[in-house]
Design a protein around this ligand. Structure first.
Ligand SMILES: [Zn+2]
Length: 254
């Protein structure tokens, strides 16, 4: 038995379990299995046009929307934390699709336990500030409070200060990156696509998914969407699988 007490699965059993899970959650196709994490991590650089003054010289964390890789993988990231849908937790447990959550304290503090359950099931929890403000309008000190204050919350509630931070709305300036660096942030991943329950939005004009793309979605439900988080995951997985992409863990590539 494995340390968690389960008997190790054969490849055949694992495949059968994936097929059954895909059917249970009414996916059009069985999600592809990602390759093992790369032995040599890609070098992450700031995307052209996304630099701030002195970015490289100051050693500020890179801002990027895609991870350089030839592998047909994408990365799922889910932001904020307002919706705490137990069906989403069950679905992700069942399908074993990796993802990273970027959490904002003002919407998660009524139920940290929900996110601890996601974490125990394998999600990586990252920083999305205390109050989800438009950061470039704030002083350096206020930005430091928003970002580093959330690092403290993450440490207290989830055991770790994340290395990944995403600014609300994707908006930042040099002070944002300086403040983030001052409390241990090493990467600032943005996104190249955004998935909703009823559509995909693309940063690139050709509206194509590329290897290494970071995909954004949100913890939202019927209050804001014409559907549920499982509906959003279904839309996400059906498209990436149909186009031959597996979903990999972002942190494995950083
Ligand atoms: Zn957000």
């Amino acid at each position: 038995p494995t340390p968690d007490g389960r008997r190790p699965q054969s490849a055949q059993q694992a495949h059968a379990a994936r097929v059954a899970a895909a059917r249970r959650w009414r996916l059009a196709r069985v999600p592809l299995v990602p390759p093992p994490p790369p032995a040599v991590k890609p070098r992450i650089a700031t995307r052209e046009g996304f630099e701030v003054d002195g970015h490289e010289e100051l050693g500020l964390p890179p801002v990027f929307t895609t991870v350089p890789t030839d592998r047909k993988v994408v990365f799922l990231t889910i932001d904020d934390g307002a919706e705490k849908d137990p069906a989403f937790l069950r679905m992700m447990n069942d399908l074993k699709v990796p993802y990273s959550a970027f959490l904002s304290d003002y919407v998660i503090k009524d139920d940290y336990g929900y996110f601890r359950r996601l974490q125990r099931a394998g999600a990586v929890l990252n920083n999305h500030t205390l109050h989800h403000r438009y950061l470039p309008a704030l002083s350096y000190r206020r930005q430091q409070y928003e970002i580093c204050g959330m690092q403290d919350v993450m440490k207290e509630r989830f055991g770790e200060r994340p290395a990944l931070f995403r600014p609300p709305f994707g908006n930042y300036n040099r002070d944002t990156l300086r403040a983030a660096r001052s409390c241990g942030v090493r990467y600032v991943p943005l996104w190249n696509e955004e998935v909703f329950v009823d559509r995909w939005d693309y940063r690139e004009e050709d509206r194509r998914i590329r290897p290494g793309d970071i995909v954004l979605s949100h913890f939202r439900g019927r209050d804001e969407w014409k559907g549920t988080m499982p509906d959003m995951i279904r839309r996400f997985l059906d498209k990436v699988t149909a186009e031959g992409f597996a979903v990999a863990r972002l942190e494995d590539y950083l």
